[in-house]
Write a protein that binds this ligand. Structure first.
Ligand code: NAD
Length: 260
Protein backbone atom coordinates (compact mmCIF):
# COMPACT_ATOMS: atom_id res chain seq x y z
CA UNK A 1 0.00 0.00 0.00
CA UNK A 2 2.87 2.39 0.71
CA UNK A 3 5.20 1.08 -1.97
CA UNK A 4 7.23 3.96 -3.41
CA UNK A 5 6.67 6.15 -0.31
CA UNK A 6 9.42 7.17 2.07
CA UNK A 7 9.08 7.82 5.78
CA UNK A 8 11.03 9.24 8.70
CA UNK A 9 10.04 7.87 12.08
CA UNK A 10 11.73 9.73 14.92
CA UNK A 11 12.63 7.80 18.07
CA UNK A 12 12.35 4.48 16.27
CA UNK A 13 15.18 2.53 17.88
CA UNK A 14 12.76 1.42 20.61
CA UNK A 15 9.12 1.06 21.66
CA UNK A 16 6.29 2.68 19.69
CA UNK A 17 8.56 4.24 17.05
CA UNK A 18 10.08 0.86 16.25
CA UNK A 19 6.57 -0.64 16.00
CA UNK A 20 5.54 2.12 13.58
CA UNK A 21 8.72 1.69 11.51
CA UNK A 22 8.05 -2.05 11.33
CA UNK A 23 4.44 -1.54 10.20
CA UNK A 24 5.28 1.17 7.62
CA UNK A 25 8.09 -1.01 6.21
CA UNK A 26 5.71 -3.99 6.08
CA UNK A 27 3.32 -1.79 4.07
CA UNK A 28 6.14 -1.18 1.58
CA UNK A 29 7.55 2.22 2.60
CA UNK A 30 11.28 2.94 2.66
CA UNK A 31 12.07 4.20 6.14
CA UNK A 32 14.62 6.27 8.01
CA UNK A 33 15.12 5.22 11.60
CA UNK A 34 16.24 7.67 14.28
CA UNK A 35 17.05 7.44 17.96
CA UNK A 36 19.70 6.52 20.46
CA UNK A 37 21.12 3.14 21.41
CA UNK A 38 23.92 0.67 20.92
CA UNK A 39 25.25 1.13 17.34
CA UNK A 40 25.53 -2.63 16.73
CA UNK A 41 21.94 -3.21 17.88
CA UNK A 42 20.66 -0.33 15.75
CA UNK A 43 22.49 -1.70 12.70
CA UNK A 44 20.91 -5.11 13.37
CA UNK A 45 17.42 -3.52 13.54
CA UNK A 46 18.14 -1.63 10.28
CA UNK A 47 19.44 -4.69 8.46
CA UNK A 48 16.62 -6.96 9.67
CA UNK A 49 13.87 -4.49 8.68
CA UNK A 50 15.36 -4.07 5.20
CA UNK A 51 15.77 -7.80 4.72
CA UNK A 52 12.37 -8.89 6.04
CA UNK A 53 10.36 -6.27 4.15
CA UNK A 54 12.51 -5.74 1.05
CA UNK A 55 12.63 -1.96 1.54
CA UNK A 56 15.44 0.56 1.93
CA UNK A 57 16.14 1.42 5.55
CA UNK A 58 18.38 4.34 6.54
CA UNK A 59 19.38 5.61 9.98
CA UNK A 60 19.98 9.07 11.44
CA UNK A 61 21.49 9.48 14.88
CA UNK A 62 20.21 13.08 15.12
CA UNK A 63 19.73 14.39 18.66
CA UNK A 64 16.27 15.91 18.33
CA UNK A 65 16.82 18.33 21.20
CA UNK A 66 18.99 20.26 18.70
CA UNK A 67 17.05 22.02 15.88
CA UNK A 68 20.04 21.95 13.48
CA UNK A 69 20.27 18.16 13.85
CA UNK A 70 16.52 17.81 13.19
CA UNK A 71 16.95 19.75 9.93
CA UNK A 72 19.99 17.65 9.00
CA UNK A 73 17.97 14.45 9.58
CA UNK A 74 15.39 15.61 7.03
CA UNK A 75 18.17 16.53 4.54
CA UNK A 76 19.79 13.13 5.06
CA UNK A 77 16.48 11.36 4.37
CA UNK A 78 16.06 13.30 1.12
CA UNK A 79 19.67 12.50 0.13
CA UNK A 80 19.47 8.78 1.00
CA UNK A 81 15.82 7.90 0.28
CA UNK A 82 14.95 10.56 -2.31
CA UNK A 83 12.16 12.35 -0.42
CA UNK A 84 10.16 12.53 2.80
CA UNK A 85 6.54 11.60 2.04
CA UNK A 86 5.63 10.53 5.56
CA UNK A 87 6.90 12.14 8.75
CA UNK A 88 6.15 10.46 12.05
CA UNK A 89 7.13 12.63 15.01
CA UNK A 90 7.35 10.04 17.74
CA UNK A 91 10.48 10.60 19.87
CA UNK A 92 9.64 11.54 23.42
CA UNK A 93 10.89 11.50 26.99
CA UNK A 94 9.16 11.63 30.35
CA UNK A 95 9.90 12.91 33.84
CA UNK A 96 7.57 12.72 36.82
CA UNK A 97 7.80 15.19 39.73
CA UNK A 98 5.44 17.58 41.55
CA UNK A 99 5.29 21.06 40.00
CA UNK A 100 7.32 22.81 42.72
CA UNK A 101 10.09 20.22 42.44
CA UNK A 102 10.02 19.81 38.64
CA UNK A 103 13.65 20.28 37.48
CA UNK A 104 14.15 23.17 35.01
CA UNK A 105 16.44 21.10 32.81
CA UNK A 106 13.84 18.29 32.53
CA UNK A 107 11.17 20.84 31.56
CA UNK A 108 13.45 22.26 28.84
CA UNK A 109 14.43 18.81 27.51
CA UNK A 110 10.83 17.52 27.41
CA UNK A 111 9.61 20.62 25.57
CA UNK A 112 12.54 20.42 23.12
CA UNK A 113 12.23 16.71 22.27
CA UNK A 114 8.46 16.11 22.63
CA UNK A 115 7.24 19.37 21.04
CA UNK A 116 9.84 21.64 19.38
CA UNK A 117 11.48 18.77 17.44
CA UNK A 118 8.11 18.09 15.77
CA UNK A 119 7.85 21.77 14.77
CA UNK A 120 11.36 21.82 13.28
CA UNK A 121 10.92 18.51 11.45
CA UNK A 122 7.54 19.51 9.98
CA UNK A 123 8.94 22.87 8.87
CA UNK A 124 11.86 21.14 7.13
CA UNK A 125 9.79 18.38 5.49
CA UNK A 126 6.79 20.41 4.26
CA UNK A 127 8.37 22.18 1.23
CA UNK A 128 9.16 18.83 -0.44
CA UNK A 129 5.70 17.40 0.39
CA UNK A 130 4.06 20.53 -0.98
CA UNK A 131 6.06 20.27 -4.22
CA UNK A 132 4.89 16.69 -4.71
CA UNK A 133 1.38 17.57 -3.46
CA UNK A 134 1.36 14.55 -1.17
CA UNK A 135 2.34 14.22 2.46
CA UNK A 136 1.33 12.54 5.69
CA UNK A 137 2.40 13.95 9.05
CA UNK A 138 1.63 11.78 12.06
CA UNK A 139 2.44 13.13 15.50
CA UNK A 140 2.55 10.67 18.37
CA UNK A 141 0.97 12.68 21.17
CA UNK A 142 -0.67 10.86 24.10
CA UNK A 143 -3.82 10.73 26.17
CA UNK A 144 -1.78 13.36 27.99
CA UNK A 145 -2.36 15.60 24.97
CA UNK A 146 -6.06 15.53 25.91
CA UNK A 147 -6.18 15.17 29.69
CA UNK A 148 -3.69 15.59 32.54
CA UNK A 149 -2.15 13.46 35.26
CA UNK A 150 -0.46 14.70 38.42
CA UNK A 151 3.31 15.10 38.36
CA UNK A 152 3.65 15.36 34.58
CA UNK A 153 3.88 19.13 34.00
CA UNK A 154 6.45 19.00 31.21
CA UNK A 155 4.97 16.00 29.43
CA UNK A 156 1.32 17.13 29.58
CA UNK A 157 2.22 20.67 28.47
CA UNK A 158 4.29 19.34 25.57
CA UNK A 159 1.66 16.79 24.46
CA UNK A 160 -1.17 19.35 24.61
CA UNK A 161 1.18 21.51 22.49
CA UNK A 162 1.59 18.66 19.99
CA UNK A 163 -2.20 18.39 19.62
CA UNK A 164 -2.42 22.16 19.05
CA UNK A 165 0.45 22.10 16.55
CA UNK A 166 -1.28 19.23 14.72
CA UNK A 167 -4.42 21.33 14.25
CA UNK A 168 -2.54 24.39 12.96
CA UNK A 169 -0.42 22.36 10.51
CA UNK A 170 -3.61 20.66 9.24
CA UNK A 171 -5.17 24.06 8.54
CA UNK A 172 -2.03 25.56 6.98
CA UNK A 173 -1.71 22.61 4.55
CA UNK A 174 -5.41 21.81 4.03
CA UNK A 175 -5.28 22.19 0.24
CA UNK A 176 -1.75 20.94 -0.42
CA UNK A 177 -2.47 17.20 -0.39
CA UNK A 178 -0.87 16.95 3.05
CA UNK A 179 -2.64 15.75 6.18
CA UNK A 180 -1.50 16.11 9.78
CA UNK A 181 -2.97 14.04 12.60
CA UNK A 182 -2.08 13.10 16.15
CA UNK A 183 -2.26 9.65 17.69
CA UNK A 184 -3.02 9.65 21.42
CA UNK A 185 -2.03 6.32 22.99
CA UNK A 186 -2.93 5.26 26.49
CA UNK A 187 -0.52 2.82 28.14
CA UNK A 188 1.92 0.98 25.87
CA UNK A 189 4.47 -1.30 27.54
CA UNK A 190 7.76 0.25 26.34
CA UNK A 191 11.01 1.18 28.12
CA UNK A 192 9.51 4.65 28.81
CA UNK A 193 6.63 3.11 30.77
CA UNK A 194 8.68 0.26 32.27
CA UNK A 195 10.80 2.93 34.00
CA UNK A 196 7.64 4.49 35.49
CA UNK A 197 6.39 1.08 36.65
CA UNK A 198 9.73 0.28 38.30
CA UNK A 199 9.72 3.68 40.08
CA UNK A 200 6.16 3.10 41.34
CA UNK A 201 7.01 -0.42 42.53
CA UNK A 202 10.05 0.86 44.41
CA UNK A 203 8.17 3.77 45.99
CA UNK A 204 5.25 1.60 47.16
CA UNK A 205 7.43 -1.41 48.04
CA UNK A 206 5.39 -3.70 45.77
CA UNK A 207 6.19 -6.26 43.09
CA UNK A 208 6.65 -4.98 39.53
CA UNK A 209 3.72 -7.11 38.29
CA UNK A 210 1.40 -5.55 40.89
CA UNK A 211 2.64 -2.04 40.01
CA UNK A 212 1.88 -2.81 36.36
CA UNK A 213 -1.70 -3.85 37.16
CA UNK A 214 -2.25 -0.80 39.37
CA UNK A 215 -0.89 1.52 36.69
CA UNK A 216 -3.51 0.22 34.25
CA UNK A 217 -6.36 0.17 36.78
CA UNK A 218 -5.75 3.81 37.77
CA UNK A 219 -6.47 5.23 34.28
CA UNK A 220 -7.60 2.63 31.75
CA UNK A 221 -10.98 0.84 31.93
CA UNK A 222 -9.55 -1.75 29.53
CA UNK A 223 -6.87 -3.47 31.58
CA UNK A 224 -4.54 -4.22 28.68
CA UNK A 225 -1.58 -2.45 27.14
CA UNK A 226 -1.84 -1.26 23.53
CA UNK A 227 1.02 -2.72 21.46
CA UNK A 228 3.46 -0.69 19.31
CA UNK A 229 2.20 -2.67 16.30
CA UNK A 230 -1.39 -1.53 16.97
CA UNK A 231 -0.19 2.08 17.00
CA UNK A 232 1.67 1.26 13.77
CA UNK A 233 -1.56 -0.04 12.19
CA UNK A 234 -3.27 3.27 12.98
CA UNK A 235 -0.33 5.19 11.49
CA UNK A 236 -0.55 3.11 8.30
CA UNK A 237 -4.27 3.83 8.08
CA UNK A 238 -3.57 7.58 8.43
CA UNK A 239 -1.16 7.25 5.47
CA UNK A 240 -3.74 5.44 3.33
CA UNK A 241 -6.12 6.87 0.73
CA UNK A 242 -8.98 6.05 3.09
CA UNK A 243 -7.72 8.77 5.42
CA UNK A 244 -7.09 11.39 2.71
CA UNK A 245 -9.59 13.86 4.22
CA UNK A 246 -8.79 13.12 7.85
CA UNK A 247 -6.72 16.00 9.11
CA UNK A 248 -6.26 17.94 12.33
CA UNK A 249 -7.57 15.06 14.42
CA UNK A 250 -6.30 13.74 17.75
CA UNK A 251 -7.14 10.04 17.86
CA UNK A 252 -7.17 8.21 21.20
CA UNK A 253 -6.07 4.56 21.17
CA UNK A 254 -6.33 4.23 24.90
CA UNK A 255 -8.52 1.41 26.23
CA UNK A 256 -11.22 3.91 27.18
CA UNK A 257 -8.96 6.21 29.25
CA UNK A 258 -10.35 9.46 27.79
CA UNK A 259 -13.93 8.20 27.46
CA UNK A 260 -14.40 8.78 31.19
P1 NAD B 1 10.83 4.71 24.34
O1 NAD B 1 11.61 5.27 25.47
O2 NAD B 1 10.70 3.24 24.18
O3 NAD B 1 11.39 5.29 22.95
C1 NAD B 1 11.74 6.62 22.79
C2 NAD B 1 12.55 6.77 21.53
O4 NAD B 1 12.93 8.15 21.40
C3 NAD B 1 13.85 5.97 21.54
O5 NAD B 1 14.12 5.49 20.24
C4 NAD B 1 14.89 7.02 21.95
O6 NAD B 1 16.22 6.70 21.52
C5 NAD B 1 14.34 8.23 21.23
N1 NAD B 1 14.85 9.50 21.75
C6 NAD B 1 14.79 9.97 23.01
N2 NAD B 1 15.41 11.15 23.07
C7 NAD B 1 15.83 11.46 21.84
C8 NAD B 1 16.56 12.55 21.26
N3 NAD B 1 16.95 13.60 22.00
N4 NAD B 1 16.84 12.51 19.96
C9 NAD B 1 16.47 11.45 19.19
N5 NAD B 1 15.79 10.38 19.68
C10 NAD B 1 15.49 10.40 20.99
O7 NAD B 1 9.40 5.41 24.44
P2 NAD B 1 7.95 5.06 23.82
O8 NAD B 1 7.07 4.69 24.95
O9 NAD B 1 8.07 4.19 22.65
O10 NAD B 1 7.50 6.52 23.39
C11 NAD B 1 7.41 6.95 22.06
C12 NAD B 1 6.43 8.11 21.98
O11 NAD B 1 5.14 7.66 22.38
C13 NAD B 1 6.78 9.26 22.91
O12 NAD B 1 6.50 10.49 22.26
C14 NAD B 1 5.84 9.06 24.07
O13 NAD B 1 5.57 10.25 24.74
C15 NAD B 1 4.62 8.52 23.35
N6 NAD B 1 3.68 7.80 24.20
C16 NAD B 1 4.06 6.66 24.87
C17 NAD B 1 3.12 5.99 25.64
C18 NAD B 1 3.44 4.73 26.38
O14 NAD B 1 2.59 4.26 27.15
N7 NAD B 1 4.60 4.13 26.17
C19 NAD B 1 1.82 6.48 25.75
C20 NAD B 1 1.48 7.64 25.06
C21 NAD B 1 2.41 8.28 24.29
Amino acid sequence: MLKGRTAIITGSTSGIGLGIAETLAAAGAAVMLNGFGDPAQIEEIRRSLAERHGVRVAYSGADLSKPAEVRRMVEQAVAELGAVDILVNNAGIQHVAPIDEFPDDKWDAILAINLSAAFHAIKAAVPGMRERRWGRIVNVASTHGLVASAGKAGYVAAKHGVVGLTKVVALDLANDGITCNAICPGWVLTPLVERQIEARAKEAGMAVQQAKEELLREKQPMLAFTTPEQIGALAVFLCSDGAATMTGTALPIDGGWTAQ
